[in-house]
Write a protein that binds this ligand. Structure first.
Ligand code: ZN
Length: 156
């Protein structure tokens, strides 16, 4: 992006944060986007993970999550994404943590959750499996934040 979207003058761009046009006064600011996620556990404390089918992190394990949409809360997004990716409802517990890096475009918000049902495979989940905490696939996790949040949820 180099030009003002309103008047097409050359704009002052501070990538990736802002665009300011001195000709017409147009300003645009970009912020990181929130992603909501849940770590669903069964009655015996096992953690349900899914093996991703989508591009980023494909073939690797994570918990369900996705972008928060306008018109819903972060909690609602966590429940919706879990339903979409695992076909179960969940009861949300407490906040596990908030994960971000200055070099990334998202802020991940992770909740503890109780699985109300048994997940199944979906278009976004090639495989779903309940892992006992001692058996979690630490070497096959999709993202750095997946590992951090799992360690945090297991912290006594
Ligand atoms: Zn302009």
């Amino acid at each position: 992006v180099r030009f003002c979207p309103r008047c097409a003058a050359v704009a002052e761009v501070s990538f990736p944060r802002s665009l300011v046009c001195e000709d017409c006064g147009y300003r645009a600011l970009w912020s990181p986007e929130p992603v909501a996620a849940a770590i669903p556990r069964d009655a015996s404390g096992r953690i349900w993970l899914l093996r991703r089918t989508l591009h980023e992190g494909a073939g690797r394990w994570t918990f369900p999550g996705g972008y928060v949409e306008l018109g819903e809360t972060v909690e609602e997004a966590a429940r919706r994404e879990t339903r979409e990716e695992m076909e179960i409802d969940i009861e949300l517990g407490g906040l596990v943590g908030v994960y971000s890096r200055a070099t990334e475009r998202t802020v991940l918000v992770v909740f503890a959750a109780r699985a109300l049902g048994v997940p199944c495979e979906t278009e976004e989940a090639a495989e779903v499996r309940a892992f006992a905490p001692a058996d979690l696939p630490w070497d096959e996790l999709a993202f750095w934040s997946t590992e951090r949040a799992l360690r945090d949820v297991l912290r006594p």
